[in-house]
Design a protein around this ligand. Structure first.
Ligand SMILES: Nc1ncnc2c1ncn2[C@@H]1O[C@H](COP(=O)(O)OP(=O)(O)OP(=O)(O)O)[C@@H](O)[C@H]1O
Length: 766
């Protein structure tokens, strides 16, 4: 780039920065003013508020005057918030106000236009944009087009422009570092620079280099279901976080971050991505894992953890696999829906309401009331009407209970202070002693019955555990077991196991969703209509049942699902039918399936190697970023394997911030970490998802490495003994695709056959 262009651009940058500085000073003054005003209002509160409390009109006047003071405080608070937000935005802009420039001519206008694009917009006077927000309609030209004619969408319809210049900047602390002019969509050089960087414990935003196919995902506003199927490292997670920022901008004032929910694979991942939105000047959406969501809702049970689930899924128990396949299916969801519908006419289980050890209202009576309402009632209003009746019954019982001997005794046992305290709510004299007794007795009975009242209000008379068991027992009548290759006996055995687990206070991942769905249906829980957008990352690890349940729970939400069917580490072969089952849950007209085939995370050498692990990996394209070929070490025994590992760790220390040694499960991770400790090799064992990611050498089980990336990855025990099963193929792919710059596989005796299809020239055998 010629010096004169750089000088001109630096001059423009200086002008913009001067204006940004000026605006920042104004924001500081506004903040100071708002703080001073607030201080003054607080100080003068008692002078300004006219306290008159002796007459009614005086009291009214006082309250109006307090309200006025409050309003003034609120206004100052708002202007303080606004100015602080502005100040934060401008402070970021001072370092790097924009990253791109576009020159174009609009159709019908002969004067060319120049715009600059940055993380946020900036005007020096109304409607005079010195910088456009990257999410503004016009900015999409930058992401979508090469040089030349194109159309883009505006709120008023399509607009055609002729783009004559696309320029990218790297600006550091107010100085232009580099300038690239490009005729590409988003120049490869800038992307390459970004991808060459080191891994980080926090994911970064990709605003400056969003690719055209990612931009389609980010700006989709039409679909009810947006399903993104993308290769490992193709930027699914990155794109979806930009999408959240885009939606918050597009629907500002109508959509808040609290109405967007993201389900992530594990807590570690939540932590990894939680800086992206704040970096873009937006607040984080609600983030949780499915495990958190479900376990929060069943506090009395311990839900199976990620690690337990992983071990279970990899067990060789064929029957268990079939049972889980059934429980995870859409058929199971439909069967349960049919079962709950039938509860409208019969079979609802109730518990006795007890008082002082005796039955107060029997379950038979409750059932009689519940089914006394006509068939137009649904489960929710049937329950509400039952509660209402029970409360009435309870009220009627107060009188008869007051005559019971225990009440007489309780009244006699009241101390003088207790009597005085109770009588305070009865300011007048009692007519006679009988009236006084009655008053005290009523007070005692109502107090004693309060627990039952609460039980009624909270529908504790529903026997949810019993009901769940009843449902499970009924499954053979609701679902064709043959389809799942199960016998009635096998099913019944599994029900016994579920019951035994629940008696121990545990519930499996496969059971918990069905349990919650049943609970929500019979308790008439209202769906969460406030959530407008729901995102699921790593959707291939979800079951069709879970998806149907989430759709039921968040009926107004638009779904964005991201997944790589090749990385299903929990649901394996089911994952391929997930897409098909999903298509039956959403309107096909409003479903958009997008494929991302280019992988950005890894070097060309790593992507070319990893795609051969998959049986159908030929579609995956690598991004041209050079690195070393993956290294495969086949050694004779464990000691040699550890020696090779230590060698690798030492070599990596010179080049990289993070080396992750990924093993199959937690037990292996623990053993290996200890062995490295014994050799004085510093390492961090990642054993729960509640830990924080750190740099350095990590030892991590595969299921916790989901969605993450590291400079260098060592797959330890990549041999036939540990990964000899065809079912491990997707897991091996997930492990190897975590590597950004370097990949090493250490195997004892014989390399796993899952690497058989990789051509010899794509790796170095050492
Ligand atoms: N357009 C882009 N510009 C810069 N970096 C990008 C871009 N797209 C993706 N990346 C980077 O590539 C890496 C992989 O992206 P991401 O984690 O979003 O992929 P993914 O599809 O979710 O992967 P996986 O399914 O393997 O977890 C990240 O470091 C991300 O920042």
């Amino acid at each position: 780039m010629s010096d004169s262009i750089k000088q001109k651009e630096q001059k423009h940058l200086n002008d913009v920065l001067a204006k940004v500085k000026f605006a920042k000073n104004e924001a500081i003054q506004k903040i100071n003013r708002a703080e001073k005003d607030e201080d003054d209002i607080n100080k003068n509160f008692y002078n300004d508020v006219r306290l008159k409390t002796s007459t009614y009109s005086g009291m009214m006047e006082t309250s109006v005057s307090i309200r006025q003071q409050q309003q003034m405080l609120e206004e100052r608070e708002n202007s303080w918030k606004h100015a602080t937000h502005e100040y934060d935005k401008l402070s970021k802009m001072e370092k790097r106000p924009y990253f791109a420039r576009l020159d174009f001519e609009e159709e019908g206008e002969d004067k060319p236009e120049t715009i600059y694009i940055g993380l946020g917009s900036f005007t020096d006077r109304p409607d005079h944009y010195l910088i456009y927000d990257w999410r503004a309609p016009i900015s999409s030209i930058y992401y979508d087009s090469k040089i030349g004619k194109l159309t883009y969408k505006t709120p008023m319809g399509e607009q055609t422009v002729n783009v004559t210049l696309k320029r990218q900047f790297q600006i550091k602390d107010g100085k232009i570092d580099t300038i690239f002019d490009t005729d590409q969509v988003v120049g490869d050089q800038m992307l390459l620079d970004n991808l060459n960087g080191k891994s980080n414990t926090k994911m970064k935003s990709i605003v400056t280099t969003i690719q055209a196919e990612q931009n389609k995902i980010i700006r989709d506003t039409k679909s009810d279901l947006l399903f993104v199927q993308g290769a490992a490292g193709s930027g699914k997670t990155a794109a979806v976080l930009q999408r959240v920022a885009f939606l918050l901008y597009q629907y500002r004032g109508r959509l808040s971050s609290g109405q967007v929910i993201l389900f992530s694979p594990n807590q570690l991942f939540n932590d990894y991505i939680n800086q992206v939105l704040p970096e873009l000047g937006e607040q984080n959406m609600v983030q949780m894992t499915y495990y958190q969501y479900s376990s929060l809702r069943v506090p009395k049970f311990k839900v199976e953890t990620l690690s337990e689930r992983f071990e279970e899924d990899n067990s060789d128990d064929a029957k268990l696999k079939k049972i889980n396949q059934l429980k995870n299916s859409l058929d199971f969801f439909k069967g349960e829906t049919a079962y709950t519908n039938h509860l409208n006419t019969e079979d609802m289980k109730f518990k006795n309401l007890k008082f002082q050890g005796d039955i107060f209202i029997s379950k038979e009576k409750i059932s009689e009331i519940y089914y006394s309402f006509n068939e137009n009632y649904n489960l929710r209003n049937r329950l509400d009407a039952t509660k209402e009746r029970l409360i009435k019954m309870l009220n009627r019982r107060v009188k008869s209970e007051m005559k019971k001997p225990w009440v007489e005794q309780a009244v006699q046992d009241l101390s003088r202070e207790q009597i005085q305290a109770v009588q305070r709510s009865h300011p007048d004299e009692f007519e006679n002693a009988d009236r006084e007794f009655e008053f005290l007795a009523r007070h005692i009975v109502i107090g004693a019955l309060r627990r039952i009242r609460k039980q009624i209000v909270h529908a504790r008379f529903l026997g949810i555990n019993n009901q769940f068991v009843n449902f499970l027992r009924n499954v053979p009548n609701l679902i064709n077991l043959d389809k799942f290759d199960l016998t009635k006996d096998e099913w019944n055995e599994s029900v016994d196991e579920s019951i035994a687990r629940m008696k121990n206070g545990h519930v499996s991942m496969a059971d918990v969703s069905a349990y919650l769905y049943l609970f929500d249906r019979i308790s008439g829980k209202r769906p969460k209509t406030d959530i407008k957008y729901l995102f699921i990352d790593e959707v291939q690890d979800y079951t069709a049942f879970q998806m149907a349940f989430l759709k039921f729970t968040f009926p107004r939400a638009r779904f964005t699902l991201l997944g790589d069917l090749n990385q299903a580490i929990f649901t394996h072969e089911n994952s391929h039918s997930l897409l098909q089952e999903l298509s039956t849950m959403f309107d096909p007209e409003k479903t958009n399936v997008v494929q991302l085939t280019k992988s950005y995370r890894s070097t060309e050498q790593i992507t070319d190697f990893t795609k051969y692990i998959l049986t159908e990996g030929s579609q995956i394209e690598s991004f041209a970023r050079e690195g070393d070929k993956p290294v495969v070490n086949v050694v004779n025994n464990h000691d040699e394997a550890i020696d090779k590992l230590v060698e690798r760790i030492d070599a990596d220390k010179q080049k990289h911030d993070t080396t992750a040694i990924v093993v199959k499960n937690l037990a292996e991770a623990k053993t290996l970490s200890k062995q490295l400790d014994d050799k004085n090799v510093k390492n961090t064992l990642i054993q729960t998802e509640n830990q924080r990611l750190v740099t350095g050498t990590l030892v991590i089980p595969a299921y916790l490495a989901k969605g993450l990336e590291f400079d260098s990855v060592v797959m330890f025990n990549g041999d036939e003994e540990h990964f000899g099963d065809e079912a491990d193929r997707q897991l091996v792919y997930t492990i190897c695709t975590r590597a950004m710059h370097e990949l090493t596989i250490i195997a004892k005796k014989q390399l796993s056959h899952l690497f058989d299809a990789v051509p010899d020239n794509l790796y170095d055998l050492q």
